[in-house]
Design a protein around this ligand. Structure first.
Ligand code: HEC
Length: 137
C-alpha cells in the first residue's frame, strides 16, 4: 500500500474513532445493570418495562442512545419519587437532565402495570447500589 492510501485510512479511522468518542461522551448514560432475584410483582414489571420502556431506557433500564438509564443515581427515590414515574408515563417529560430529547407520554400502561414497573425499577436500583438520598436541590 502506498503512503497516501495509508494516510486516507488513518484519517477515516480517526473520524470513526472520534465520532465514537463524541457519542460516548454525549450520551454517557449507559450503565451495566445486574438483575438478581425479583419479587413476583417486580417480575411482572420487568416484562412490562422491557416491552414498553426498553426501546429508550434499555433492557432492564440500562439506557440506550434514545433515553437515559433509570438504574442511575439521579433516579433514586429521594430525587425522583414514585409519583414522578407515574407522571412521566402519563404526561411525558420535557428534556431537562439529558441530551436525548423529550419523553412522549406512554399510552396503554395501566395502573397495576405501572406500579409493577416502579417496583421493578426500585428493586433493581437497590440491587445495583442505588439508595434513596434526600433531595438537596
Ligand atoms: C421514546 C423514548 C422513551 C420511552 C418509550 C420511555 N421513555 Fe422515559 N424518558 C425518555 C427520555 C429521553 C427521558 C429523559 C428526559 C430528561 O430528563 O432529559 C425520560 C425520562 C424518564 C423518567 C424521569 C422523569 C423525570 O421526572 O425526570 C422516568 C421516571 C421515565 N422516563 C420512565 C419511563 C417509563 C416507566 C417508561 C415506560 C412505561 C418510559 N419512561 C418510556 C424517553 C423515553
Amino acid at each position: 500500500m502506498n503512503k497516501s492510501k495509508w494516510g486516507l485510512g488513518l484519517l477515516l479511522m480517526s473520524c470513526f474513532l472520534s465520532s465514537d468518542i463524541v457519542l460516548a461522551d454525549h450520551f454517557n448514560g449507559h450503565v451495566d445493570v445486574t438483575v438478581k432475584a425479583l419479587s413476583t410483582n417486580a417480575q411482572k414489571g420487568q416484562l412490562a418495562f422491557n416491552r414498553t420502556c426498553g426501546a429508550c431506557h434499555g433492557e432492564n433500564g440500562e439506557g440506550t442512545l434514545k433515553g437515559p438509564p433509570l438504574i442511575h443515581g439521579i433516579y433514586n427515590a429521594g430525587h425522583h419519587s414514585n409519583k414522578s414515574f407515574y407522571s412521566a408515563v402519563r404526561n411525558g417529560v420535557q428534556q431537562h437532565h439529558w441530551p436525548y430529547g423529550d419523553m412522549p407520554a406512554q399510552q396503554g400502561v395501566g395502573f397495576s402495570e405501572m406500579s409493577a414497573i416502579v417496583q421493578f425499577v426500585r428493586e433493581v436500583q437497590q440491587q445495583n447500589g442505588i439508595v434513596q438520598k434526600k433531595h438537596r436541590m
